[in-house]
Design a protein around this ligand. Sequence first.
Ligand code: PLP
Length: 375
Amino acid sequence: MIYFDNAATTKPADSVVKAVCSCMEENFGNPSSLHTLGLRAQQIMDGARKKIADALGAAPETVYFTSGATESSNLAIRGAAGTYGRRKKRVITTTVEHSSVKEAFARLESEGFEVIRISPGENGEFNPQDFIDAADENTCLVSMMLVNNETGAVLPVKKAFSGIKRKNSEIVTHCDAVQAFMKINVKPDDLKADMISMSAHKIYGPKGVGALYVRKGIRLLKQNLGGKQENGMRGGTEAVPLIAGFGEAVSRLSGNMPERMEKLEELRKYFLEKAEKTDSIQVNSAATAVPYIINISLKGIRSEIVLHFLEESEIYISSGSACSKGAKSGVLGEFGISPALEDSALRISFTHENTKEETDEFFAALEAAEKRLRR
Ligand code: PLP
């Protein structure tokens, strides 16, 4: 099997599976219970929280566990709008966000907020000044992803957020860092982000658990109503085993980021050299994109057909445009990719454990796909 779909999800690491299982078998207590079993569960969560906080260069009390990045971004956006948007009705985002952010803003719009959606320029790059110009005295929130999940484009979050904060320090900033966390540097203080969404299953952790970093002093209107868990920020018994797995996933990736990145850069270079030698392939990702997400089009053949052909050889990739029940997200078009190329877009997403040999096999299978499908 060749798994080139790591931006969709990653295979949980063995040590993660162990951490989850041993927590379920040995530490099933409810962290809110006052007895020893509860205390042990609480300690497991504290340990995981500290690992995530350390990776962010932040204090443990700023990390809140959720059911995944979708919930994190919902809490961040709707929670901040609920607190700071009573009088200030302008909110700013981009046109290339994941549906979890996009839909949260659409809901705010239907509730009377003025949503400003910033697009990339003709070169496919965002201009930080566009965000700064859009932020006025009536603005309460700005949300911008760090790495785009379809193309790997890196957005100028730090420049936009620091410019906005200089203009009006009261504007709350949120960053969806799902495709960046534990891969490139994600530090709230560097990015000038007040809130950061993360997900465990993109970094060899379990599905159904994520976290939201919330800077001290930022007040969010609680969205998951219930008990006082997560310091009153989110009701509901915490998924302790999944949280234990999240902590382990972060811990095993801490400390070797430069080495992993070097491997990925090399793999991307190798992949692109091969792609460029193939006339029928168009590379859609920018040269400045992260090395672990590459969007290409096999011109003239619909993505889904290629995807299923490759699947027969146990090669797994995604169609390059995130689809929901057949409807394209439109994100590739925002990056200047033509509708024809969008229809044939494929997303290849690596981890540092993928190899050049797998890349060779992928291109051989793609060639076979072309031969069969163009007949
Ligand atoms: N944001 C981005 C950029 C993503 O790629 C994803 C997952 O694909 C999410 C948010 C949602 O994460 P989760 O599956 O943890 O809800």
